[in-house]
Design a protein around this ligand. Structure first.
Ligand code: GLY
Length: 348
């Protein structure tokens, strides 16, 4: 098992990564962090059915563990769900020392972290990310929040977990569509920063697509180390961290445009990476060879370029990455050399 510490101004925390090696450490980590004695697991009915018993076994018998079931769909990542969880927490008599447990993918993690940040002005939370996307991205860095009708993640906080337990064997039951969604974020890290990951992704697509444990653990650890670099330098997302939004300018707009239905986050940001790559080439920022390499990696993992909806620019304009009348894009000069570029809204 690997342990990576994320340094945060709001409280540093460990990320534990491993294959069938992580859960056995839960009880001792929680004791050392002085968390408990009341935990509330927030998860989906499916995950509770598949792993609820297995997870609860790893909490000490001396603590009380409750559970709240919610939808794990992006369309339900909203204030209504937040309100429902808060009402249930009050009924469960959750207090300021109650520790929330996010057990699920990005949606569950984002909502749980957000509720933890506001319930009784802040209670601790820990995360068990169960999707590739949440293990490589959303469980790290303290961003949490919900969508509004106007756009994605428009309400939220920076609120780090007290610990993250990334058990890679949870990925065995993840539907392929959602596994590939996480792979889009993995490709993003390879393009913006991680040459070693780029080489692994090009060399071992079949092992990665088949979720071979040793490769999985290596890929997830590599992504976490890349993300760590960006968030430790710019935790509150004013400069360097924005590089992690490569592909997200279009990606978030596509998700909002589809009302968060029928398109995964990864599928959306893969399209966003195609558009950002095209823009980088049009503006002569990158060479055709660099653009070709990015497109070929996306194709290797099953992401084909699709036409963008005709009115997508008005959805982009509502995105929070907008600065006045310009849209902030992450473009690519070459692999490992991204650039933040502000482009007037009317150009796109
Ligand atoms: N997912 C981008 C970030 O955490 O900043």
């Amino acid at each position: 098992m690997k342990k990576i510490i994320i340094q945060s101004q709001l409280g540093s925390y460990p990320i534990h990564i491993g294959y069938k090696t992580v859960l056995k450490h839960v009880s001792s980590v929680l004791t050392s962090l002085r968390l408990g004695p009341h935990f509330v697991i927030i998860t989906s009915p499916t995950l509770s059915h598949l792993y609820g018993y297995k997870l609860r076994r790893h909490f000490s018998s001396s603590v009380k563990v409750d559970q709240i079931l919610i939808s794990d769909q992006e369309k339900d990542k909203n204030m209504d769900t937040v309100q429902k969880i808060i009402s249930r927490l009050i009924k469960l008599k959750a207090h300021r020392k109650t520790c929330l447990v996010a057990f699920g993918g990005g949606v569950i993690g984002d909502i749980t972290g957000f509720v933890a940040s506001i319930y009784m002005r802040g209670v601790p939370f820990i995360a068990f990310p169960t999707t590739l996307l949440s293990q490589v991205d959303s469980s790290i860095g303290g961003k949490c929040g919900v969508n509004t009708q106007e756009g994605k993640n428009l309400v939220g906080s920076f609120y780090p977990p007290r610990a993250v337990f990334s058990e890679c064997s949870f990925l065995k039951t993840l539907p392929q569509k959602h596994y590939r969604s996480g792979l889009a974020e993995v490709i993003k890290y390879a393009v913006i920063d991680n040459q070693k990951l780029w080489t692994i992704l090009h060399a071992h697509p079949s092992q990665i697509l088949k979720r071979i444990p040793s490769v999985l653990e290596k890929v997830i650890t590599s992504c976490v180390l890349t993300k760590k670099k960006f968030i430790e330098e710019d935790e509150k997302d004013f400069s360097k961290r924005q590089i992690l939004n490569f592909g997200h300018t279009i990606g978030h707009a596509l998700e909002a445009h589809a009302a968060y239905r029928g398109i995964t986050h990864g599928e959306a940001i893969a399209q966003g990476m195609y558009t950002a790559t095209d823009l980088s080439l049009q503006r002569k920022l990158c060479r055709p060879k660099t653009a070709g390499g990015i497109r070929s990696l996306l194709k290797k993992y099953g992401f084909q370029k699709q036409p963008l909806p005709p009115n997508i620019s008005s959805t982009i304009a509502r995105d929070k990455k907008r600065e006045n009348k310009a849209i902030s894009w992450i473009l690519i000069e070459e692999l490992g050399k991204p650039q933040r570029v502000s482009i007037p809204q009317e150009v796109f």
